[in-house]
Design a protein around this ligand. Structure first.
Ligand code: ITT
Length: 194
């Protein structure tokens, strides 16, 4: 009865983290390695939903996509949904430059996971982690903004803390955990009705 779930992402690190998180919860994720066409929107939720639905319809598979953003309070939530573009253009250095002399360095990461089926069904799940932006990049592990993000109740960046700790507290962990709880329950309900 159960069908494979494919994670459509161009980002290997995102796939590996999600795979690790879900495999502990009994779901084996497959990787659909594609670059998505993303709509322009201020809402991660909208972007994730539209991509997941489009890919599910096109491929005939059960699809998850995940859209993330780093929201920095002193910059009114920038880069938020534009995090990928900002990372590729001004990078960590550019972001730190925007925060030069800024004392309030509060920020959060948000993840929206959208699950879609070829029949048009789509549902989203969210995860968030609060923290602050460091004064300089620190640490070797992880990817993206990990060297400058210090999660709440730690004094090290995600890149210093390493994947094991990151995967127990991250925005991704929380969003995929919410997805897994719902998915496992919904499969049970389907099986019972047969
Ligand atoms: P796909 O859209 O193909 O899945 P992407 O790398 O473009 O891959 P996002 O748009 O979701 O992924 O990510 C926005 C940016 O945030 C991007 O630059 C990522 O590197 C960064 N990012 C996402 N999750 C992160 C994490 O857990 N730690 C650090 N940076 C992260």
């Amino acid at each position: 009865m159960s069908m494979d779930v494919y994670f459509a992402t161009s980002n290997r690190n995102k796939f590996l983290e999600a795979y690790e998180i879900l495999s502990k919860l009994g779901i084996i994720l497959k990787w659909l390695r594609i670059t998505k066409v993303e709509i322009q929107s201020d809402l991660l939720d909208e972007i994730a939903k539209k991509s997941a639905l489009e890919i599910a319809k096109r491929t005939g598979k059960h699809i998850v996509v995940e859209d993330d953003g780093l929201f920095i309070e002193a910059l009114n939530g920038f880069p938020g949904p534009y995090s990928s573009f900002v990372y590729r253009t001004i990078g960590l250095k550019g972001v730190l430059k925007l925060l030069e002399g800024v004392e309030d360095r509060v920020a959060y990461f948000k993840s929206v996971v959208a699950y879609a089926e070829p029949n048009g069904f789509v549902k989203t799940f969210e995860g968030r982690i609060d923290g602050t932006i460091s004064l300089e990049p620190r640490g070797e592990e992880g990817f993206g903004y990990d060297p400058i993000f210090i999660p709440e109740s730690y004094n090290k960046t995600f890149a210093e803390l390493g994947l094991k700790i990151k995967n127990t507290i991250s925005h991704r962990r929380r969003a995929f955990e919410n997805f897994a709880k719902w998915y496992i329950e919904s499969r049970r309900t389907i099986q019972k009705s047969f």
